[in-house]
Write a protein that binds this ligand. Structure first.
Ligand code: SF4
Length: 390
């Protein structure tokens, strides 16, 4: 029996609104927003970025997960993996009895037609969707509209004979799902992570080279049967929605220039296409933190969000270029006025730093949070900072 798919919620928004507010809202954050996004207590001033925290896609995904639990109290409800990249929210869903297929012991083969499966905001691969469909599970699809927009462009590239060059993280669920769309529609793809990888692709476009070495370099990042000599002749650019906007634009310029150098201006429109697929929520948060850094004389920045959250990591990158920056996963990382646990930009793991907070004199902290960070964590962080500075 094919799956039953819910794509627009379960008509229980009103029933879960109170629970969502209790779990994720913050009175102190609401108050700070009302007071021009600034908070003052004694020697401490905190400036919040004007756009931060839950984006529309995350808000909707979490809402649908709560509605699912409400609608199917007696059925086993699964998530294919993290619904969003925030440990606090994922743990909350676990306490509600929602199981994660990505947790130890989770197995797709155990699912049957009586099971309910929530698909996360960043979508799932075509193979995963087909597998769930074959099992006849009830599916709650929370894939964000901005991700669907990327898929639409990638499908169009595939149908038009363009190879999708995806600026993204090859290990990220969203990029894997996007890449699978290209394959599904008979297209090719290659994922580039940064300018360095893009430069290798551009070099091959201009001069060709050793195909075997190229494929070895990108072995986990290309579609099956990828042939650089033929598959880099027509290119369509797409992005993981949460990448750094400035870097994505630069990567687009690099590839466009390489195509121009190789094929000339008269042929460019048949060789290269680009659509900006960074989502507006990601862009708004990046713009807001740039504005905060420009307009406020902050001593340091705190960025709150899961360490595996792409958009949070990019906010931290922007901040770290301008000020001492601490990317923390949650308020518990603010251990004391002398010690903080954080992940430095570009590092793989978390570390502790002593003496992170100036102990005397007035102190101005800039604060933002990723699109998967609920306001209650921001509020708790501000309360802790306030204690430290009392
Ligand atoms: S970050 Fe953008 S694409 Fe991802 S869920 Fe939020 S709005 Fe959607």
């Amino acid at each position: 029996m094919p799956s039953l798919i819910f794509r627009k919620g379960l008509d229980l928004k009103h029933a879960v609104a109170g629970m969502l507010a209790d779990n994720y809202h913050s009175a102190i954050v609401e108050q700070i927003k009302a007071e021009d996004f600034s908070y003052r207590a004694g020697r401490l001033t905190v400036h919040l970025a004007r756009e931060f925290g839950f984006c529309y896609g995350v808000d909707r995904a979490v809402d649908y997960a709560y509605q699912t639990r409400e609608r199917f109290p007696d059925r086993t409800v699964y998530l294919t993996g993290e619904i969003i990249h925030n440990p606090h929210v994922n743990d909350k869903l676990r306490t509600m009895g929602i199981r994660f297929l990505s947790d130890a012991g989770g197995n797709l083969d155990q699912l049957g037609s009586s099971d309910v499966v929530i698909l996360p905001a960043f979508g799932v691969t075509v193979a995963m969707l087909e597998s769930l469909d074959r099992r006849g599970c009830t599916l709650i699809d929370t894939t964000c509209g901005s991700v669907l927009n990327v898929w639409k462009n990638v499908r169009r590239y595939a149908e038009g004979g363009f190879t999708s060059v995806i600026h993204g993280k090859v290990w990220h669920e969203e990029t894997q799902a996007t890449a699978s769309q290209a394959v599904q529609y008979g297209g090719k793809h290659i994922v580039v992570f940064d300018r360095e990888e893009t430069a290798i692709v551009c070099d091959y476009i201009r001069r060709g080279g050793d195909a075997a070495a190229f494929l070895d370099r990108f072995k986990n990042a290309v579609s099956p049967g990828f042939a650089p000599d033929s598959d880099l002749q027509r290119i369509g650019l797409a992005n993981q929605t949460t990448m750094l906007m400035t870097e994505s634009l630069e990567i687009g310029d690099m590839i466009r220039q390489a195509m121009l150098d190789r094929y000339g201006a008269h042929d460019l429109h048949t060789r290269y296409q680009a659509f900006d697929t960074i989502c507006s929520a990601t862009q708004d948060r990046q713009d807001a933190v740039v504005a905060l850094l420009r307009e406020k004389a902050v001593d340091l920045m705190i960025v709150i969000g899961g360490y595996n959250s792409s958009n949070t990591a990019n906010l931290a990158r922007i901040c770290a270029d301008a000020r001492p920056t601490f990317h923390i996963a949650d308020p518990d990382c603010l251990i004391s006025r002398d010690e903080i646990r954080h992940r430095p930009v570009g590092a793989k793991g978390e570390m502790s730093t002593a003496g992170w907070l100036p102990l005397e004199g007035s102190l101005t902290i800039g604060l933002t949070s990723g699109a998967s960070t609920p306001d209650n964590l921001v509020g708790a962080a501000i309360a802790r900072l306030s204690e430290f500075c009392a």
